[in-house]
Design a protein around this ligand. Structure first.
Ligand code: DQA
Length: 143
C-alpha cells in the first residue's frame, strides 16, 4: 500500500520549534521513523513537508489520483484552510488527520479542525509516535 505522509507549515522546524509543545525530534527524525516503520510493515511510504498551501493542495490531488492513503498533519491550515479540506475531500483512500500536540488542551482556536469530519480517523497528542501508529493502522486495515 502506498502512503503519503504530508506535513504542513512550520513542521520543518520540529526539534527547534517550541520543544516543550512539539518535543525534541526533528523533521529528519520524523522522516526516518516513518521510513523505518514503513519498511518494517511493507508499506511504500513517502514523507514530505511544505510551508506552501498550493504545494500541499497539489500533493493531495496527486494522492487522490493515485488512490494513496494519506497521513496529514496540516499544521495551522487544519484550523482554517478550506482549500486543503477541499483537496483532502477528493481522496479515495483513507485519510488520517494527525497532530503531534494535543490540540484539545491548547488555545481555543486550535479546538476546531476543518479536516476532522472528512478524516477516516484522527490521532492527536501522542508526539511523533503518532505517525508510527498511523502507519501501523494503515498496514493492518483493508482498503
Ligand atoms: C499541529 C497543531 C496545530 O495547531 C499547529 O498549528 C501546528 C502543529 C500539531 O502537530 O500539533 O503547526 O498540527
Amino acid at each position: 500500500r502506498r502512503v503519503l505522509v504530508l506535513n504542513g507549515p512550520n513542521l520543518g522546524r520540529l526539534g527547534t520549534r517550541e520543544p516543550s509543545v512539539y518535543g525534541s525530534a526533528t523533521h529528519d527524525d520524523l522522516v526516518r521513523l516513518c521510513l523505518d516503520t514503513g519498511a518494517e510493515l511493507g508499506l511504500d511510504v513517502d514523507v514530505r513537508q511544505t510551508d506552501h498551501e498550493g504545494e500541499m493542495v497539489g500533493w493531495l490531488h496527486a494522492a487522490a489520483d493515485e488512490g494513496a492513503a494519506v497521513v496529514l498533519n496540516a499544521g495551522a491550515w487544519t484550523h482554517y484552510s478550506i482549500a486543503v479540506r477541499d483537496a483532502a475531500a477528493q481522496l479515495s483512500g483513507p485519510l488520517i488527520e494527525l497532530h503531534i500536540s494535543n490540540v484539545h488542551r491548547r488555545e481555543e482556536f486550535r479546538q476546531h479542525s476543518v479536516l476532522s469530519d472528512i478524516a477516516t480517523g484522527v490521532i492527536v497528542g501522542l508526539g511523533v509516535d503518532g505517525y508510527a501508529l498511523a502507519l501501523r493502522w494503515l498496514a493492518t486495515t483493508p482498503r
